[in-house]
Design a protein around this ligand. Structure first.
Ligand SMILES: Nc1ncnc2c1ncn2[C@@H]1O[C@H](COP(=O)(O)OP(=O)(O)OP(=O)(O)O)[C@@H](O)[C@H]1O
Ligand SMILES: [Mg+2]
Length: 262
């Protein structure tokens, strides 16, 4: 089982949209995928047909049996574990648990994720929050999601420092990719920002930015992944290309693990 985490220093970049839709694309390509929401906004499931406001979820409060039963009953292409709607006191309690016990989230995930799951796509809150830190510790692939604007460019050093801290001391380093989302090729500002980000990030910035595409929002309003709502739209073509990039380091990782085991 491999974890792909979607992170960003700024909010609203498209982490949730990308996690849900890449999940669907990877599932359709034959992978056994699960979507896991580690963002208290609890929005990931709403892309995958789960009604907003569900209380059941990965955060403390639901038993492993309840979560497993809920996953078994789901009929969507990508099973999803929501975060679970929580009030402020519950959230503070959950964060204290995470701070006190660094293995809590991994144990919780292993208790509920069905055996045979290949890829777990994990949504996280924006910025350096305790949930993000714990997800990054588990991640095999980290995807930084950015908008092509000055605000996102300005947060690259914050993001780099966060990832550097997380990767320090790990024997098997996670692969790190960066993605530009909501790219507008006709905008000079967007093209200039892409140029500067590529100079800064080099090959870690994947060559297939996801275009700004109004269908993405329309699909979400209908609680459908855009990959099912409009499979031929430009954003979905870019996401397909992106899914292949994300898998490359995992194939290398499997080869490396097989070599070590031989
Ligand atoms: N490629 C795209 N084209 C057009 N709209 C997009 C695209 N990607 C995301 N959006 C829209 O941008 C908004 C933010 O997307 P999303 O919620 O996925 O970002 P996020 O990083 O998860 O935000 P938050 O920080 O609030 O969790 C949504 O309204 C979504 O529909
Ligand atoms: Mg989100």
């Amino acid at each position: 089982m491999k974890f792909i985490a979607f992170v960003s220093a700024k909010g609203g970049t498209g982490r949730t949209t990308l996690a849900a839709n890449l999940g669907v694309i990877l599932a359709r390509a034959g992978h056994r995928v699960l979507a896991l929401d580690c963002d208290p906004q609890n929005a990931l499931g709403t892309h995958l047909g789960i009604p907003p406001g569900l209380r059941l979820g990965i955060a403390e409060g639901s038993s492993p049996d309840e979560i497993i039963e809920y996953l078994t009953a789901q009929r969507g292409e990508v099973p999803c574990i929501p975060f679970g709607t929580r009030d402020r006191d519950d959230l503070q309690q959950a964060e204290s648990t995470l701070l006190a016990d660094s293995g809590w989230l991994m144990r919780r995930v292993l208790d509920v994720v069905p055996s045979g799951t290949e890829l777990v796509l994990v949504d996280t809150p924006a910025g350096e929050r305790v949930w993000t830190e714990h997800v990054l510790e588990m991640a095999n692939v980290i995807v930084g999601v950015h908008l092509p604007d000055a605000a996102c460019f300005a947060t690259l050093p914050v993001m780099a420092a966060m990832l550097e801290r997380q990767c320090r001391g790990r024997e098997l380093k996670p692969a790190v990719w960066h993605v530009l989302n909501q790219m507008e090729p006709r905008s000079k500002l967007a093209r200039d920002t892409e140029f500067l980000m590529r100079r800064h990030l080099g090959e870690r910035l994947v060559p297939c930015p996801v275009p700004r595409d109004p269908v993405v929002g329309e699909a979400w309003a209908q609680q459908l992944p855009v990959a099912l709502h409009s499979p031929t739209t430009g954003a979905v073509a870019a996401l397909r290309e992106l899914s292949e990039h994300l898998l490359t380091p995992l194939v290398d990782l499997q080869r490396h693990t097989a070599k070590v085991c031989r």
